[in-house]
Design a protein around this ligand. Structure first.
Ligand SMILES: Cc1cc2nc3c(=O)[nH]c(=O)nc-3n(C[C@H](O)[C@H](O)[C@H](O)COP(=O)(O)OP(=O)(O)OC[C@H]3O[C@@H](n4cnc5c(N)ncnc54)[C@H](O)[C@@H]3O)c2cc1C
Length: 244
């Protein structure tokens, strides 16, 4: 369990981080919470020459509501910060619910939503509910930035469209008249890495615009995303499905 030698970098801001990643190219790996990267280094699966830590990028550690945009979650937000966020508890309880099902307290203090997404692991907990809520992501590099629906980020198990030198900056859940969202995790065993992953289902639901005068129990739109049962998290929309 000895760590291989590496050079450690801790840029002070996003621009500095992007410049460093462009200079170091394939010789560098991004370090966020390190729950995955450091473990892989210890067991000899990764031996980067350079680690670029994002620990000083505090702007990417916030959860805020931006009028006209939605809830913006910085990529460095920890699982425990998602779990305890009053804003998310009020607006999209499914995300704190999903964070609450994850790992141990120590891992949830260090592990970040950005790492959970960029890993591209089919069993990750947060991507399905974010996809069900129509989340988009912002990727930045020295070349500029691009945004895309989270659903389009994944190409296969541990395969994503992130380009060398790119950083995941934040995730946006757009404002939407969602009346409810939930997260269900069907695990075959107590959640532990490397065990049977089970299946995760994230769901978002909108009430019929008729409200109280509309047909009771009619859901005007409903979107769910599954994970852990295939190679990709996948979203599906169902319109006007009766519920309850
Ligand atoms: C014991 C244990 C239990 C776990 N249980 C669960 C669980 O129940 N559910 C679950 O979903 N996961 C689980 N995990 C996996 C892991 O904790 C999460 O995926 C975590 O969110 C990874 O985040 P991190 O910040 O630690 O990532 P890191 O290890 O720092 O990085 C992971 C990968 O993402 C890249 N990366 C990270 N942030 C960025 C960024 N902003 N931009 C570009 N690239 C980036 C890194 O270069 C690396 O390739 C567990 C891990 C352990 C060790």
């Amino acid at each position: 369990m000895y760590m291989p030698d590496f050079a450690y970098h801790a840029p002070q801001n996003l621009d500095e981080a992007c410049t460093l990643l462009a200079e170091l190219g394939s010789k560098a790996i991004v370090l966020a919470g390190g729950t995955d990267v450091l473990h892989k280094m210890k067991v000899g699966k990764l031996a980067p020459e350079n680690l670029v830590s994002l620990k000083h990028l505090d702007d990417l550690r916030t959860i805020r509501h931006e009028p006209g945009r939605g809830i913006v979650i910085g990529a460095l937000t920890s699982h425990n910060a998602i779990y305890t966020s009053k804003l998310l508890q009020e607006r999209f309880l499914s995300l704190p619910m999903a964070a609450h099902t994850m790992a141990s307290n120590q891992i949830c203090n260090m592990g970040t939503v950005g790492g959970n997404i960029v890993n591209g692991v089919p069993s990750a907990d947060l991507p399905p509910i974010l996809i069900a809520l129509n989340a988009s992501i912002r990727l930045v590099s020295v070349k500029g930035e691009r945004t895309m629906p989270l659903e389009d980020f994944f190409h296969g198990a541990a395969e994503t469209v992130i380009a060398p030198g790119e950083l995941l900056a934040d995730i946006t859940i757009p404002d939407q008249p969602t009346t409810g969202s939930t997260y269900m995790k069907f695990a075959c065993a107590a959640p532990a890495l490397g065990r049977c992953g089970g299946c995760r289902l994230g769901q978002g639901c909108r009430r019929h615009p008729g409200g109280r005068t509309g047909r009771p129990g009619l859901c005007s739109s409903y979107r769910h995303a599954g994970q852990g049962s295939g190679r990709l998290p996948a979203g599906q929309k169902n319109k006007r499905r009766p519920v309850g």
